[in-house]
Write a protein that binds this ligand. Sequence first.
Ligand SMILES: *Cc1c(COP(=O)(O)O)cnc(C)c1O
Length: 541
Amino acid sequence: MNAPNKSGWKPEMNAADDGMHNGPKTVTGNRALMLEEPLLFEIGHVGNTGVDLPEPTGGANRLGGFDRSDAIGLPGLTEPETMRHYTRLSRQNYAIDLGLFPLGSCTMKHNPRLNEKVARMPGFADVHPLQPVSTVRGALEVINELAHWLIELTGMHGVAMSPKAGAHGELCGILCIRAALEARGDAREVILVPESAHGTNPATAAFAGYRVEDIPANSDGRVDLEALKARLGPDVAGVMITNPNTCGLFERDMKAISDAVHAAGGFVYCDGANFNAIVGKVRPGDLGVDAMHINLHKTFSTPHGGGGPGSGPVVLSEALSPFGPLPYTARTKDGVVHLVEEESADSFSEEHFGGRMQSFGRMTAFHGQMGMFTRALTYILSHGADGLAQVAEDAVLNANYILRSLEDLLDAPFGHSGPCMHEAIFGDKGFEGGLSTLDLAKALIDEGYHPMTMYFPLVVHGAMLIEPTETESKAGLDQFIAALRGVAERARAGDESMKQAPYYAPRRRLDETQAARKPVLAWEEPSPPAGTPTLSEQGGS
Ligand SMILES: *Cc1c(COP(=O)(O)O)cnc(C)c1O
């Protein structure tokens, strides 16, 4: 096959050829073992394939006239070409298995391999949600055991296991609140959300049909209790409060907030994304929380998975449990946790519940992310109660080590508020020469680190939110701190060269505004030299 050279990449796209490096230009554009990689469409050819099947013969055409009449236009590659394509691309990615991932609020901790081993056991990995219940007793037992731990660790009454992310859990919790209010004929319209909240909080409240109002923060970075109390009234359905909050601070007034909200007839939603800072130390149920999501991919070390296999179970108070989505797990009167599910029936269809419960409905078709449940339970059982408390202690210790190691160079707006929890926050005060948080973050890429969370929370100018997690060693933290001190010093000195960073990444600085405003989402075949067949003209099957 004479595939035309359709490759669209040019050696000058490679950082090695930007004049910033002293080495010679390479013919390939590769830099030693860092290989350039064009798009699949640029290297593929319709005539290529990884399998060798004979043309089908005989047999009646059963497509009923819906046969494809023109070529499908998908690139064809051999199996080794395909492997190399994806492996090369993966080497241009940063990953938690490569180094420290300081993204604040995201809790990018090591994913223990024991979790993976257990999740791959065929009895867990191969179950199908439509199997007869009698054949998945073990899987249900895992869900129940994990539910037991989540209820125990949070001091709550029930837990909805099915939500598939933190944001999904938020929606679940707010829908429970709405169902509970509707059940008592109480139409309330407003959800109060602190200024520092994660964007998903107001989005969730708005999506569930509520009007969102801000609660101001005090100068310590915590919710202003008096301002909150002053706003409460018969129109307030509830509050959504993150604890520890997104400034990395524990909301010390949480119990007083809950009492005030309950006295005004509302409910308390707690965003539990930061639960890793207090797991084994504080039970949100004791603080009057009615609903809280737990991001298994944060606190309990399951992979984040690029928007894929997240899991966000929602623990519920006794008042909200009856309204939870099916199936859910709750405590019986004698304290035993059980799955509110089939009554010895063979499936999980709604009919089995009849009208006997007040559930608002379903969040998902089935029980949730089984693969994440097995991983999270493995993590919990391998740590034990004492180990989980140590997770919180070490996460907080590591964050404070970062806060105190950098506050002489980077502005720490809440450094005066006492120790932080699991994340340290800095602002851009003191940067010279028009340099910004973005420039510092790009320079950090050249030092071999994924940047921290930037410009969030909004209450800090040029915010840099750093969460090391408990899985980093002191040596690893010291290396990261040294890198960060280096770029912070350059920012304070107004080092112009930072505006062009990154220099060493596979791609240089991108026009992020342009990329967001005018995203190019589909590959277009470049016009070939005259006489070359285009991909869609190459035919093939
Ligand atoms: C991560 C996070 C969320 C959203 O959780 P997802 O699992 O990403 O949907 C909500 N609030 C806070 C504070 C978070 O850090």
